[in-house]
Design a protein around this ligand. Structure first.
Ligand SMILES: Nc1ncnc2c1ncn2[C@@H]1O[C@H](COP(=O)(O)OP(=O)(O)OP(=O)(O)O)[C@@H](O)[C@H]1O
Length: 695
């Protein structure tokens, strides 16, 4: 084995070992090659930055991690701060390299019913679309994946379908069947995400795929305002569905793989980005920050994941969770600019490598730990933009007053989530026949079959032309890679340290949706419009008509009172009269037999022994659990007035609870879920006892 292949296999084994220990989302980088226009240093207007002086350095360490730093070659100064990622691909490493290391291992999973996600993220013009879509001559990750999937599906007798979508201004549109109605993100009773209104089209060959994909890529939902309008920024994605029958169980397994081409990151505060529409950019950036927060929370092993904070993360919820395999590829523009630095810095914060080090006190010094603790800093462009968004999005009056008053995490306000009027009954699903057989696999979004109806456009895939994509000077790069020029005006803006960039919602409660198995038709809508009155009323009415619940609580409360006053007696052993007779006792008085306190019944009705404390603890734990469950069911079903009677629940929290119930039939499944109301543990305790006292 020569040295380069040895190096390559060492790196690959690093990537494999990561796959084995995968818990969250892998965050890698990819530095794209120079375009011809960039080599001569000319600005093409697409990127706000171009110049000739600075460089990007890449250091890779034994397949474990990669570190990117930015500096100025001409002055010899390079910044001491580097941004670590789980890995980074050099300019001379092609798409096929990325495919075999990052994407191929995920494909195996989808044939076992797992979900997977490949996300292209980065500043504008950093090569995201090129990497995902590619071109006729040089296919991107998505076409490469589909041809691999089609081959494997043929071998195992599986079927394949695709959906294509666009997320624009927090609305999702179907690109294979463009229509007025947007796609709705719904959550079923098993907390699985369903995309209502998104068509699935069967794909039998790569030719089928190319027609569909080309057609979808040429679709663009938001209309340009003028011919020169370059500001339309949206996220676009393609979902590949694979259905196979598990030979052992004879059940159908459905795995999905989502390729997401995110809108380019850009700091709207920069003058050079003035051509963007602020509102549009704010939405795009908000969804990007939320996505990175989700990844951060997953990689930091957080208990709460903020999926609900944007439509994009809601859509991706089943694709980026602990049960799935996901990779975020940060595309790095070689014509370096502040947006690139910010994008890399944000990605670095969310990656596994950083978070492993955060938790690994043996490896990292206290300094390096504090370095990664997110803080707000208006000195950084990225942070400033985040700061503004956070203020808008989260520091609602209610949240801030609550925080001041309670010192507790503020309520992550969700907008009312109505059942949209436009919500229509879904058409037959591609896999509907197989789904019926399936008991526990993910159900597919029901959509219309479009295969015959689609009239693909012969136009080529947008933005895939490589006519100007001559590769730059990549020959001299070894493990330490000098890559790119950086704009002189950017030099002063390079963040001092990664700690300057932060995640806006670090202190928020983050909740990861449970991955239930029950696929029920009981769907709740997650549209971003305001709550429709009828739905709200119907929920209130439903809650109003719940006297049986109060009755039940009263019953339980009475039983508890009885329990606390009555002597607990386990079993009723007969009094052995003969014993008394033998003992010469003249008067036999009926006595309650003494039951040893260290006897108790286990789950199988057998007696068990233990110390009085053990027994007491067991009994009280059981009681506590059932009380908590009763309180949670009360919160899941009480009407507004009943809720408002509780300690700590006012008009706003009561409304919020009703909104949550519109999204999910039972928003409170565990006591932890109550933290989403912005209540402290003490307040939750007070509220619980309030519920019990009332009955
Ligand atoms: N590996 C590459 N080598 C050379 N040129 C490339 C490469 N990848 C992309 N390009 C070129 O860079 C330009 C921008 O690429 P692309 O549209 O993929 O970027 P993007 O990140 O998707 O941009 P946006 O955020 O605006 O959607 C295109 O002209 C493309 O041809």
């Amino acid at each position: 084995m020569d040295s380069s292949s040895a190096e390559s296999s060492a790196e690959f084994s690093g990537s494999q070992s990561w796959l084995q220990s995968r818990r969250g989302v892998r965050v890698v980088g990819r530095i794209r090659s120079f375009r011809s226009s960039e080599i001569v240093g000319a600005s093409d207007g697409e990127s706000s930055c171009s110049s000739s002086r600075a460089q990007i350095s890449l250091t890779r360490c034994d397949g474990d991690y990669a570190s990117i730093s930015f500096g100025d070659q001409s002055t010899g100064s390079s910044r001491k701060d580097s941004y670590k990622l789980d890995w980074c691909y050099k300019q001379d490493e092609g798409i096929s390299e990325i495919f075999s290391r990052e994407v191929k291992p995920l494909i195996q999973g989808i044939f076992h019913g797992r979900n997977a996600c490949v996300i292209a993220y980065g500043a504008r013009g950093s090569g995201k679309t090129q990497m995902i879509q590619g071109s006729e001559e040089d296919p991107g990750l998505a076409p490469m994946a589909i041809s691999e999937i089609l081959m494997s599906a043929t071998e195992v007798g599986g079927s394949v379908a695709i959906s294509c979508y666009e997320v624009y201004q927090d609305h999702i549109y179907d690109l294979l069947d463009p229509k007025e109605q947007e796609v709705l993100v719904l959550e079923d009773a098993g907390r699985k995400i369903q995309l209502k209104g998104l068509s699935q089209v069967p794909v039998n060959s790569i030719v089928d795929f190319k027609k569909l994909f080309t057609n979808a890529c040429n679709q663009r939902r938001p209309q340009k305002k003028s011919a020169n309008d370059t500001s339309i920024r949206s996220h676009r994605g393609m979902i590949i569905y694979v259905s196979v029958v598990d030979k052992k169980t004879n059940h159908s397994l459905i795995g999905k793989m989502n390729f997401v081409d995110l809108a380019g990151y850009e700091d709207t505060k920069q003058k050079s980005n003035a051509y963007s529409y602020p509102a549009e950019s704010a939405k795009v950036n908000k969804s990007l920050y939320t996505l990175l927060n989700v990844i951060y929370a997953l990689n930091a092993n957080g208990t709460y994941i903020p999926y609900r904070e944007s439509k994009l993360t809601r859509l991706l919820q089943d694709f980026i969770c602990r049960a799935s395999g996901a990779v975020l590829i940060t595309c790095v523009n070689p014509t370096l600019c502040q947006d690139t630095i910010n994008a890399v810095s944000l990605a670095s914060r969310s990656c596994q490598m950083v978070n492993h080090h955060r938790h690994d006190t043996t490896k990292s010094s206290s300094k390096s730990v504090s370095k990664f603790i997110p803080t707000f800093s208006p000195s950084n462009g990225g942070s400033r933009a985040q700061d503004t968004l956070v203020k808008k999005h989260q520091l609602s009056q209610f949240a801030s007053t609550e925080r001041k008053r309670n010192g507790t995490p503020f309520l992550t306000k969700r907008r009312p989530q109505p059942l949209s009027k436009s919500m229509k009954k879904p058409g037959p699903s591609l896999f509907s026949s197989v789904e019926k057989k399936t008991n526990n696999s993910t159900s597919l979004t029901k959509g219309r079959k479009l295969f015959n109806a689609t009239s693909p456009s012969p136009k080529s895939i947008k933005k895939n032309a490589l006519s100007d994509s001559t590769c730059g000077d990549t020959s001299t790069q070894s493990e330490e890679t000098c890559v790119s020029p950086i704009a002189p005006d950017v030099q002063s803006k390079i963040p001092e340290s990664p700690k300057d960039v932060s995640f806006p919602n670090e202190h928020n409660d983050i909740r990861e949706s449970e991955t239930g198995l029950d696929i029920s038709a009981k769907l709740s809508a997650d549209s971003e419009e305001s709550t429709t009155k009828e739905n709200h009323e119907s929920l209130v009415n439903m809650a109003k008509s719940s006297p049986p619940l109060s009755e039940r609580l009263r019953e339980i409360s009475n039983s508890l009172k009885l329990l606390s006053t009555r002597q607990i007696c386990i079993g009723t052993p007969k009094v052995d009269v003969s014993y008394y007779k033998q003992g010469g006792v003249d008067h036999i008085e009926p006595k309650t037999p003494g039951v040893p306190f260290n006897l108790r019944l286990d789950g199988n009705s057998n007696f068990e022994t233990g110390t009085p404390q053990d027994i007491f603890r067991t009994r009280s734990t059981g009681l506590k659990k059932s009380l908590v469950q009763e309180c949670l069911s009360f919160l899941n079903s009480a009407n507004k007035e009943e809720l408002k009677k509780l300690k700590g629940i006012g008009e706003k929290r009561a409304t919020y609870i009703l909104q949550l119930r519109e999204e999910t039939p039972e928003p409170f499944k565990e006591i932890e879920d109550l933290k989403e109301l912005g209540l402290s543990s003490k307040q939750i305790g007070g509220m619980m006892s309030g519920i019990l006292e009332d009955f």
